[in-house]
Ligand binder design. Structure first.
Ligand code: DAH
Length: 337
């Protein structure tokens, strides 16, 4: 009897000695319903009553031994598998990495962001208006009635006689004043459209940034101070500004504003085409008619407005000589900024 048990024990030990031992197979072979140990137990009936308890005890001991040995081997195999996996997945951290190609913001977006940040710093809010606009907001409410010659310089694309693609961001002034009563201090960047032929300085779509301040007692001095601070922040502390008289239907008085050239400082160079000054925007005191159109009493309130072309500033800022480059999305161009 002891021999049989010992033999089974030895067989199990031998089977489990192999690293890849199939534990389930061993379990079935010895402990399964048709297993060898089970078969021995079945034959117990043939033994004498004296032998039976001893046999039973031995058999139980062997079963416990096999079960424990299987468990132990299982744990061992699991550990070995984990170790193998770690080994296989090991990273060589000394290998040279691949540099990811990082995109960049478009030069126009960079300049717009810079402009917006400067005005946010001065307490302006950003407002937006629709690109598909009513003739009323783009022209009429801005003191440009039908057949006014100022419309010629801003010919645009018409969706219907009363609806067009806005030719300027100035309409957002009107939309803002209709909704909000003074004090008002807003800027409005965005796309505008004109039916212009494409060339180095023209595009049927470009970007503007509008500014509007309305309150009691706003003067041309406020306009000058605001634009001077803006110019210094944008182009450097030594920048000077110059107002030249001009005409816009929605401002009175109106001016075109130049900055001293930020490259030569006013001496004259390639960037300023030898003039020492660079025109950057149009501005003026909001026309009383425009205030009236928005139900704001011009005897009580006054305001200033300005509008600038983002392309024009970006082209000067980055020394870009052809506006078309801004829209071609050629990486060789874009990655220079
Ligand atoms: N909207 C004008 C344009 O497109 C620019 C402009 C000039 C805007 C004077 C203003 C302003 O707000 O006061 O040419």
């Amino acid at each position: 009897m002891n021999e049989t048990f010992d033999k089974i024990k030895q067989q199990v030990d031998a089977l489990l000695a192999s690293e890849q031992a199939d534990l389930e197979e061993i379990r079935i072979r010895y402990l399964g319903k048709k297993g060898e140990l089970t078969a021995l137990l079945r034959g117990m009936g043939k033994l004498s009553p004296d032998e039976r308890p001893i046999f039973g005890q031995k058999a139980n001991e062997l079963r416990a031994y096999i079960e424990a040995a299987l468990e132990e081997k299982k744990a061992e195999q699991k550990k070995a598998a984990e170790a193998n996996q770690l080994k296989a997945e090991r990273l060589d951290v000394t290998m040279p990495g691949k540099t990811p190609i990082l995109g960049k913001r478009h030069p126009l977006a960079q300049v717009e962001e810079q402009l917006v940040n400067i005005f946010l710093g001065m307490g302006f809010d950003v407002v937006e208006g629709p690109e598909v606009e009513y003739d009323y907001y783009n022209f009429q409410a801005l003191n440009i009635p039908e057949n006014h010659p100022a419309r010629d310089t801003q010919d645009t694309f018409y969706i219907s006689p009363k609806v067009l693609l806005r030719s300027q961001t100035s309409g957002v002034q009107v939309r803002t004043m209709e909704k909000q009563k003074p004090p008002i201090r807003v800027i409005s960047p965005g796309r505008v459209y004109r039916s212009d032929e494409v060339d180095a300085t023209h595009s049927p779509m470009f970007h503007q940034l509008e500014g509007l301040v309305v309150d009691k007692g706003i003067t041309m001095g406020d306009l000058k101070g605001t634009l001077e601070l803006f110019a210094k922040k944008m182009f450097g502390n030594d920048t000077k500004i110059r107002f030249r008289p001009h005409h816009f239907p929605f401002t009175e008085p109106s001016a075109e504003v130049d900055i001293s050239c930020f490259v030569c400082g006013g001496e004259g160079c390639r960037i300023c085409k030898g003039e020492g000054w660079i025109e950057i925007l149009g501005a003026g005191m909001v026309h009383p008619n425009v205030l009236r159109n928005c139900d704001i009493d011009p005897d009580e309130y006054s305001g200033f407005a300005f509008g600038l072309g983002i392309e024009r500033i970006a082209m000067r800022y980055f020394n870009i000589n052809d506006m078309r480059l801004c829209y071609e999305n050629d990486v060789r161009f874009l990655k220079q900024f």
